[in-house]
Design a binder for this molecule. Structure first.
Ligand code: ASC
Length: 149
């Protein structure tokens, strides 16, 4: 009797373990994705504070913009098939409208690179315009592909 109970416990644990592996793999993907987007958001916030003149750190614009541009090369790879399941704000349209999603991703990378180029110069109007375009690219993708709360 005791052996059977023990056996059942072990088997239940094994089954739970098998089920937990794919779930955990996705959780890791989602957590990684959120960490990257949090990093982008942080650089955007810092960049915005400078562009809006809230902090006199013009020399920091380029590193922030470069970081966003570098991370824009990573974002297209953050949505592997299956990573829409679980606790995520990623909408199913990312996978069902993959072409539209790719277009938004490309716009983001393009705007991020334009921002990095503008930040390398000192033309305030160019910088402000590039920042506006970059924010628009963020928003466009979020409106279509991120769950609202
Ligand atoms: C940001 C940020 C976003 C976008 C979006 C633009 O700075 O964190 O998600 O810009 O708000 O409208």
């Amino acid at each position: 009797m005791r052996t059977i109970v023990l056996l059942r416990t072990v088997m239940a644990a094994a089954v739970a373990g098998l089920l937990a592996v794919p779930a955990m793999a996705d959780e890791g993907t989602i957590e990684y994705r959120e960490a990257v987007y949090t990093a982008i958001g942080g650089h955007m916030k810092a960049l915005g504070a400078i562009v809006k003149g809230q902090v006199p750190r013009n020399e920091d614009m380029k590193p922030h913009a470069d970081a966003i541009a570098a991370l824009s090369e990573i974002t297209p790879h953050l949505f592997p098939e299956g990573s829409g399941k679980g606790k995520t704000d990623a909408k199913p349209e990312i996978w069902t409208k993959a072409d539209d999603f790719k277009e938004d991703m490309d716009s983001f990378a393009k705007a991020a690179k334009a921002m990095a180029a503008a930040a390398g110069g000192s033309d305030e109007a160019t910088i402000a315009a590039a920042f506006g375009e970059l924010g628009k690219a963020c928003k466009e993708c979020h409106d279509s592909f991120r769950e609202k709360h």
